[in-house]
Design a protein around this ligand. Structure first.
Ligand code: 26Q
Length: 820
């Protein structure tokens, strides 16, 4: 039967847009007074754009209904979407009409865009990657549905008091969210606590059931994810927790009104706040509840949908459904799918296990051992007794397999067990992910290699075919077309607009690197972007960058392995040279830092304090000002990066080799024509290969070196032999940057001097300083720099998340696009 698929009817014409704005002011928002209009312009415009999204959403769903098509579900505790308006306007091709319509009201698009709050539902790289993936899936016409949590409070807002980080809650929904649609009718029920008991079912079969539970409702809120100019709108479904009806009734009737309301809070606290750690904070029960809540609600949702068309027949389930697990955070899905299939739909173990291991795929994002998730058996047993039982059974069968493959190798069994034995037995979530999935991938070539040779070596020996690499990418729509219109326009003028959907085409601008006129225009755009960044830094930090100086930027979460400290040591070194009058060859430089520290990570917070104190000293010295400025941008988030990466000359990617799984900021910078100073780590390596050594400033120890080096790492000997490093440390030690708080930076000094320093700050100092010098010198040759900058953009094709997603679709998901 031919499906009746509606067509979009709303026009993008500027008069129509204006008419719709008026309609929403009057009828949706009830604003009749023209004075009111300005304050509601953002909402009215969002609603006007949303109408157009709705039509396409309906069309996309109509296409997916009826015929069976294979779908993928991206399960993630984080989706760091940032702002939606500008992105939707770009993807719907409404830029010109929106600008004209706004002009009628005396507004600019930039004005109203600035007012939109970031959807900060993520910590950093992993969350933003999920958002870029959603954009790419929609743009490629792939039927991928995102499942996540609708946190009431997103990533905290950061400010400084005497240079120290202060966290404030981010109540992002306070003024309403025009992009979400609540779908009450798809509410699911998630079980907690209680106990598991055996019983004989009506067919005489011995089964298990989970009883005396305290249930929580999961209410879905759908966000539209528009594809780029393809009339596709995919769905991101975010769950909010709510108390059940009976629960309320029961408690209320018992007369304890206040206690009943408190209980309601207990249910609803599950989706109250995002955990602000970008490496795991182990053991928090609320976090475990969040993880299970997401896994259970999402799987029930998919299964309900399946049952509508197929009844209780799961034969073909794995053929049509695939779950991608974004790190271990949603990995309880492995056990939960087993539970649903066995306990709720009466499949036997082998059938259920076959389906589970054919539908689950797991992505790893970290090699740091301390960041590998573990949950105590005790906590799991109390909160999710039935799930723990299933995990034990999975493990027993798995260990039997290991014993069969390596008879008598008990040490290997102990190493590979999903349950880590010890005084506090724990469930190793990564192992559950590997055992329960058909695919395990890392996020950059080096990282994936280190997984198979190190962290997951035993598993690789057992199942080499499961392991693969999918190098990360970022969406060129947000991270070039939208955030850097100037550069986007000259690229389009030179090679046409094809790069926006096929970034491989951007390679075609490489020859223009030899065109002096093109180079001049390139630099002109860069200068405009630097002006915009400079203005922001003045506004937010009260620091004036010199436009002609090299804009040297490091923005990312604050973590020792990312080595913001090394960057600060370089700034202090330059400061020391300048104040000593040793200015020969010093190129004016403006250093920008930004990023949040996890609230409980004391040393990361101290690094922020050091950066702020150093910036105070450096910026207030008029003699230094000619050569050097340092600013720490407060509250770094997605929307800040949209201004930062277009205006950056030099991108700092200086993690200790082997520690940064991939990095994605590095890709945003290169795409926007920044050159990278970086270590041989994560995706830096692939960037270096794409641009060539002469267009990348490589420094530092490599992973292979570090293992040997660590044995005989003697920071104090290094310091003794390096006068520059000595002077830098002495300045910190003697309190030059902490006049009124002597000794506060001692923990930082100790970390550098510690022979066990895992981050090798002292060991890489010399190579970093020398390479910074080379970069500065290169910057003085404008022609050469412009050429390198163009080559960086030209080589960024591989780092489009469209390429990444096509690799997932072809090699893991076996998913075809459904083109309209
Ligand atoms: C875990 C347990 C409890 C609370 C929080 C967490 C938690 C939350 C977020 C643990 C880790 C994260 C985020 C990790 C992350 O962002 N990793 C980064 O992922 C990027 C995308 O693949 C990579 O580019 C980065 O290299 C990697 O650090």
């Amino acid at each position: 039967m031919d499906k009746k698929i509606p067509e979009p009817v709303l026009s993008n014409d500027h008069q129509e847009v204006t008419k719709d704005l008026h309609r929403h002011f009057n009828f949706t928002l009830g604003r009749f007074d023209t004075d009111d209009i300005r304050g509601y312009m953002l909402t009215a415009m969002a609603l006007t754009v949303r109408d157009r999204l709705m039509e396409r959403w309906r069309i996309t769903k109509a296409h997916e209904q009826g015929d069976k098509i294979r779908k993928v579900y991206y399960l993630s505790l984080e989706f760091l979407l940032g702002r939606s308006l500008g992105n939707a306007i770009l993807n719907l091709n409404m830029q010109d009409s929106v600008r004209q319509a706004l002009a009628d009201f005396g507004c600019t698009l930039e004005d109203i865009e600035m007012e939109e709050k970031d959807a900060g539902l993520g910590n950093g790289g992993l969350g933003r990657l999920a958002a870029c993936f959603m954009d790419s899936c929609a743009s490629l016409g792939l039927p991928v549905i995102g499942y996540g949590i609708r946190y009431e409070y997103g990533m905290f807002q950061q400010s400084f008091q005497q240079g120290r980080q202060i966290e404030q809650p981010d109540h992002w929904l306070i003024a309403g969210n025009p992009w979400e649609i609540e779908r009450n009718n798809h509410t699911r029920r998630v079980k907690f606590y209680g106990r598991s008991e055996p019983f004989t079912n009506d067919k005489g079969k011995l089964c298990m059931r989970w009883v005396d539970t305290q249930d929580v409702l999961a209410v879905p809120y759908d966000m539209p994810i528009p594809g780029y100019k393809n009339n596709k709108v995919n769905t991101l479904r975010l769950w909010k927790a709510a108390a059940t009806e009976e629960f309320n009734l029961q408690e209320f009737n018992e007369g304890d009104y206040a206690d009943a309301v408190a209980q309601k809070n207990l249910a609803e606290e599950i989706t109250m706040v995002l955990y602000p750690n970008d490496s795991s904070e182990n053991g928090k029960e609320l976090r475990l509840r969040q993880q299970y809540f997401l896994a259970s609600a999402s799987l029930q949702d998919v299964i309900e949908d399946w049952i509508k068309d197929n009844g209780d027949n799961f034969e073909a389930f794995a053929q049509y459904n695939c779950f991608q697990l974004n790190d271990t955070h949603p990995t309880l899905a492995v056990a939960e799918l087993m539970r649903l299939l066995m306990d709720e739909h009466e499949l036997d173990w082998d059938k259920a296990w076959g389906i589970t291991t054919e539908t689950m795929a797991y992505t790893n994002h970290t090699l740091l051992p301390e960041a590998l998730e573990k949950w105590s058996v005790e906590l799991l047993g109390e909160l999710l007794p039935r799930i723990l039982e299933i995990v034990y059974e999975i493990n027993a069968r798995f260990l039997a397999l290991v014993a069969h493959r390596w008879p008598g190798d008990v040490d290997r069994q102990r190493r590979m067990s999903i349950i880590e034995e010890g005084t506090i037995p724990q469930v190793r979530m990564a192992y559950l992910g590997i055992v329960g999935s058909f695919s395990v991938n890392g996020v950059a070539a080096l990282h994936s290699k280190l997984l198979t040779t190190g962290l997951f070596k035993d598993f690789y020996e057992l199942w080499p075919e499961k392991f693969n690499n999918k190098t990360n990418g970022v969406t060129p729509r947000r991270w070039l077309a939208h955030c850097n219109r100037g550069l986007g326009d000259i690229v389009t003028e030179a090679i046409g607009p094809g790069w926006k959907t096929d970034l491989a085409e951007i390679e075609k601008i490489r020859p223009f690197a030899d065109d002096p006129e093109f180079r001049a225009r390139w630099l002109e755009v860069k200068r405009k972007n630097k002006e915009a960044l400079r203005a922001r830094v003045i506004r937010k930090c009260n620091v004036e960058f010199d436009l002609d100086s090299i804009f040297d930027v490091q923005v990312k979460r604050i973590h020792e392995y990312k080595r913001q400290l090394l960057n600060i040591l370089h700034v202090i070194h330059l400061y020391d040279r300048i104040t000593r009058g040793d200015v020969a060859g010093i190129v004016p430089r403006s250093v920008l830092l930004g990023g949040k520290a996890a609230p409980g990570y004391a040393l990361a917070k101290l690094i922020i304090k050091l950066a702020n104190n150093v910036s105070q000293v450096v910026n207030s010295d008029v003699l230094v000002a000619k050569y050097l400025r340092l600013a720490f941008l407060p509250n770094y988030r997605v929307k800040s990066m949209e201004v930062i990466c277009p205006g950056t000359d030099l991108s700092e990617q200086i993690s200790t080799a082997g520690k940064e799984a991939s990095g994605t900021g590095n890709m945003k910078f290169m795409m926007n024509g920044a050159l990278t100073i970086g270590t041989y780590d994560g995706a830096n390596i692939e960037i270096l290969e794409a641009v060539g050594e002469e267009n990348f400033f490589l420094f530092g120890l490599r992973v292979e070196d570090i293992a040997d080096y660590r044995m005989q790492n003697q920071p104090n000997a290094i310091i003794e032999q390096d006068e520059d490093l000595q002077r830098v440390l002495r300045l910190i030690e003697c309190g030059h940057f902490s006049m009124f708080e002597p000794g506060i930076f001692d923990p930082i000094i100790q970390s550098i001097r510690n022979p066990m320093d895992p981050w090798m700050v002292a060991a890489d100092f010399r190579s970093y300083i020398d390479t910074q010098h080379i970069a500065a010198e290169a910057f003085t040759d404008k022609d050469r720099w412009a050429r390198s900058s163009i080559i960086n953009t030209a080589a960024s094709g591989y780092f489009s998340s469209d390429r990444t997603i096509m690799d997932y679709a072809n090699e893991i998901w076996k998913l075809k696009s459904c083109k309209l």
